[in-house]
Ligand binder design. Structure first.
Ligand code: PEP
Ligand code: MG
Length: 539
């Protein structure tokens, strides 16, 4: 038995097999081989495994994101079976006597270049697909795990996880996260909270634990590897007690979120995908306060089309059955990078080309998203929210673009909600200080305390060396929250919180005192917060 300590993201006990995650980097270095027959057999087996993976991803995408996204993986499957592609790989193995990894990677590059140079746009787009499938086969050949298809529930242990990696994971089988790096407001931490699973960061990890039994205990911030019988029995009993307490919270489902003195607070959920909505509904969310739409972009190897986005937004609007769904326009950049945006390297990415700045600089990308959002607004109670606002001018520029898109839709006779509510994230100090002016321009505010803490305290939220300086409870943040609520109410609009601080039960009473109207939190926190609010005397 071994025991290590880290820093907790979320309480809770998880017991299961440890899966040590190695970053998806297949090794395609060139080697000379003598047994070509064996190498061909390795390639054929890897190709078959890759096909099986694609089938699983196809079905998952079909269920969670609809037909159009799923079709992409069907295309991948067809390309992988293409005779010319396969013959080119076999020729390299048989004639040049090179290893399968190299043969696949080199063929992938050649075919990608060939597709890219074609006139037809459809074939040009296949260039990225051929690279994708070649990487997949190289990964299988190099023994890199495929996280989209986990065989059994597991505790994931990794150095760190990027949003683009977690988005590919079969999260239904994850019992807990343990990472060596990471910070409390990183997106891995947010994902763990959204899923309601225990998680530890800054924990020493070791590859030799792969496959062993592990116990994660959030409360004591420990990971136990290979527990002895007595420890295991002890934790199984604790876990049973924890589950019984969770069952008690279930009784709060369907009950109002109201203090003893009669103050109502809207208790909404944060989601990153259509699948997350089901978790939100299971936890009795009264609406969706933050749909991080950038995850649609992170989950894609090219710009998601208007139709793909429309299907996702419509699914959430319909699924929430008339309850409000606040969808935030893409908040990419900084730690959320996607290759096809070509954002480039920046010295200060958090202060750089991100979120609404990309949308205002590249309105064609923004318009595609707005068209999808507006079209989906005909199917439910959608509100649109814009991230990283720092000025009134930005809001006015946005409104102009929205008006253009609405005029286009009118011209085409496409239905949408002409009175769609539009709000902004308050997550920069500038937006706090001019919240009186901004409140006159929009229908609501939602405070992004993760970024607001980062920018107000000048502390990089990704830098885990700075955790002790990253203090969302800081008096400056509390004053900001109070000021934003007051300015919102003076203008007759509502103000909510969708950053992680919203879910902190230690802050609930303070939020009630400030008059916060809405808390949008990880789904797993909805019922505990409802309990807390129902116990409060604040009116
Ligand atoms: C925030 O900044 O608090 C927020 C909710 O947005 P994100 O964490 O996605 O940056
Ligand atoms: Mg933010």
């Amino acid at each position: 038995m071994e025991k290590v300590t880290g820093q907790k993201i979320l309480n809770g006990i998880a017991i299961g097999k440890i899966l040590y995650y190695v970053k998806a980097q297949g090794n395609a270095e060139k080697r000379t081989i003598s047994d070509t027959e064996a190498e061909v057999a390795r390639f054929e087996a890897a190709k078959e495994t890759a096909q099986e993976q694609l089938q699983v991803i196809y079905e998952k995408a079909l269920a969670e994101q609809g037909e159009e996204t799923a079709q992409l993986f069907e295309v991948h499957s067809m390309l992988l079976d293409d005779d010319d592609y396969k013959d080119a790989i076999l020729a390299k193995i048989n004639e040049d006597k090179v290893n399968a990894e190299y043969a696949v990677a080199a063929t992938g590059e050649e075919f990608a270049e060939m597709f890219a140079s074609m006139e037809d746009e459809y074939f040009q787009a296949r260039s990225a697909d051929i690279k994708d499938i070649s990487t997949r086969v190289v990964n299988v050949l190099s023994g890199v795990q495929d996280m989209s298809d986990l065989a059994e529930p597991c505790i994931l242990v990794a150095v760190d996880l990027a949003p683009s990696e977690t988005v590919q994971m079969d999260t239904s089988k994850l019992l807990a996260f343990v990472t060596k790096e990471g910070s409390t407001s990183s997106h891995t931490a947010i994902l763990a909270r959204n899923m309601g699973i225990p998680a530890l960061i800054k924990t020493p990890i070791d590859e030799s634990w792969n496959g062993k039994l592990g116990i994660v205990d959030g409360a004591s911030q420990t990971l136990i590897i290979d527990p002895d019988e007595a420890t295991l029995a002890d934790y199984q009993a604790k876990q049973a007690k924890e589950q019984a307490e969770k069952a008690l919270l279930q009784e709060l489902k369907g009950k109002e979120t109201v203090t003893k003195a009669g103050r109502h607070v809207k208790l909404f959920a944060n989601i990153g995908s259509v699948a997350d909505m089901e978790v939100a509904k299971r936890n009795d969310a009264e609406g969706i306060g933050l749909f991080r739409s950038e995850f649609l972009y992170l989950n894609s190897s090219d710009f998601p089309t208007e139709e793909e986005q429309f299907q996702a937004y419509k699914a959430v609007a319909e699924g929430m059955e008339g309850k409000q769904v606040v969808i935030r326009t893409l908040d990419l950049g900084a730690d959320k990078q996607v290759d096809y945006f070509n954002l480039g390297n920046e010295a200060n990415p958090a202060l750089g080309y991100r979120a609404i700045r990309i949308c205002l600089e590249q309105p064609e990308i923004f318009k595609t998203q707005l068209r999808a959002l507006l079209r989906a607004s005909a199917y439910g109670n959608i509100a649109i929210m814009y991230p990283m606002i720092t000025s009134v001018e930005e809001v006015r520029d946005i409104k102009e673009i929205v008006a253009e898109v609405m005029a286009e839709l009118d011209g085409e006779g496409v239905a949408y909600n002409k009175d769609v509510k539009q709000g902004i994230m308050i997550e920069t100090p500038a937006s706090v200080l001019i919240s009186d002016l901004l409140a006159k321009e929009v229908d609501f505010f939602s405070m992004g305390t993760n970024d607001l803490t980062q920018y107000t305290l000048a502390v990089d939220r990704q830098n885990n060396k700075l955790d002790r300086f990253y203090k969302p409870h800081h008096e400056a943040i509390k004053r900001a929250i109070k000021m934003v609520c007051d300015n919102a109410h003076a203008a007759g609009i509502w103000a909510g919180i969708c950053g992680e601080l919203g879910a902190d039960p230690e802050m609930t009473e303070f939020f009630l005192t400030c008059g916060v109207d809405e808390l949008s939190v990880a789904s797993g926190m909805i019922l505990p917060l409802r309990k807390k609010i129902r116990e409060s005397e604040i009116g």
